[in-house]
Design a protein around this ligand. Structure first.
Ligand SMILES: Cc1ncc(COP(=O)(O)O)c(C=O)c1O
Length: 392
């Protein structure tokens, strides 16, 4: 692979051209379909506009050429590839039998609420957060307890005191998002360990959604909370997936890593008959992603870093906007409270940019912008945002 280096915002060289992306209009895309027939750049749902890595395309072509699409099993070798991925990237030794395949992580969030505790028990989350964290407890007859993230020294952190204060004997599950969507924080191991200790003391199970863990932009390392200590692993269900990193959310393949056999059994019981199997194409893409796409991921990260820096710079230069730079993800959580807009996302949509409103994340006065797109599209989106604000 050729070297890649950055000059200001420009990315030079590299094997993959993230500047080019196909037109997604008229392709039945959730992201693009929302604004069908309108001049609005979609920068909302977490799906990137980039084409998949060549090894993934090859694997899918090969699978399709076989032309039989019966119920699928995880390909032989895939569990070992995941084991290797966790060891190489996170220094975490897992066993193949701990892996439970899933057609999506949102069902897993719901299963976690449903499988453990009784109706009326409490599920605790740090807010603002990815909307299904807020809806899963309610949909499963649990009480949602919100603990706000704290801003400290220009970073979002977990407020452990506030967390402890919210726990009651009915608090059964923590839904943790790390790296955190929407703020892009990567929580340090010591903070995670302290959080886990509080959970262990209070017999709270941890569901750690780490779907964004392969998208770290800063020179910090992701630490799966379950990898910190065996005692933590025993009360944790870790969720991972190639969907965000390799831009495969429409192929429905994810996984839970559950070291504790009893938790694994209860999780499997809760999913039986409700959650479908992973499909053959999802498995094929997942295998190719984790086995063959590391060079693509490295180039993607460089591209996203550059996009992130552009967003941060623009936000800094724009009166009324502010943000803490995300250390991970391709999502920017932008503070627009100073503008006092009654409906921030609707305002920016009028200006031709489709953002997600902070209200959906329990973060009123913010918008979330997805910068997983070619630089030219990002520039145009940011330009539209700035132009709209000159008229406020
Ligand atoms: C934290 C988090 N969890 C889960 C998901 C969705 O996962 P899936 O599409 O596998 O259900 C997302 C998508 O943006 C996410 O950000």
């Amino acid at each position: 692979m050729k070297d890649r280096f950055r000059v200001g915002f420009a990315i030079m060289s590299g094997q993959y051209d993230f500047d080019k992306a196909p037109d997604r209009r008229g392709t039945d895309s959730l992201k693009w379909g929302r604004y069908r027939g309108r001049d609005v750049i979609p920068m909302w749902v977490a799906d990137m506009d980039f084409v998949s890595a060549p090894p993934i395309l090859e694997a899918l072509h090969k699978r399709i050429e076989h032309a039989v699409f019966g119920y699928a099993l995880a390909p032989a070798g895939l569990p070992d590839i995941v084991v290797q991925w966790c060891r190489e990237h996170y220094d975490w030794t897992i066993r193949p039998e701990w892996i439970v395949w899933l057609p999506g992580l949102v069902p897993a969030l719901h299963l976690m609420c449903r499988a453990f505790g009784q109706g009326g028990d409490e599920v605790i989350v740090f807010t603002p957060v990815y909307p299904p964290f807020l809806s899963a407890p309610k949909r499963t007859d649990r009480r949602l307890i919100c603990c706000p993230l704290r801003e400290e020294k220009g970073q979002y952190t977990l407020d452990l005191e506030a967390f402890r204060n919210r726990i009651t004997p009915r608090t059964k599950v923590l839904l943790l998002c790390n790296p955190h969507n929407p703020v892009g924080a990567v929580f340090p191991p010591d903070m995670l360990e302290s959080l886990a200790r509080i959970c262990i003391e209070n017999r709270i199970l941890i569901c750690s959604d780490e779907i964004h863990c392969d998208l770290i932009l800063d020179p910090v390392r992701h630490k799966p909370i379950a990898s910190i200590h065996e005692e933590i692993a025993a009360c944790t269900v870790t969720l991972m997936s190639p969907a965000k990193t390799f831009n495969l959310p429409g192929l429905n393949c994810g996984l839970a890593i559950i070291p504790n056999a009893d938790l694994r059994r209860r999780f499997a019981q809760a999913r039986a008959g409700i959650v479908p199997h992973v499909n053959a194409l999802g498995y094929a893409a997942c295998l190719a992603a984790y086995r063959d796409c590391e060079p693509w991921r490295q180039e993607l990260l460089a591209y996203l870093r550059s996009n992130r820096d552009r967003v941060v710079k623009t936000v800094k230069e724009t009166p009324g906007l502010s943000m803490i730079a995300p250390s991970a993800t391709y999502l920017a959580w932008i503070d627009v409270r100073a503008l006092d807009l009654p409906e921030p996302a609707a305002f920016f949509e009028q200006a031709g940019v489709g953002l997600q409103d902070g209200n959906e994340f329990d973060g009123p006065g913010f918008v979330r912008l997805n910068f997983g797109c070619p630089q030219s599209r990002l520039k145009e989106g940011l330009h539209r945002i700035q132009s709209a604000l000159t008229k406020v």
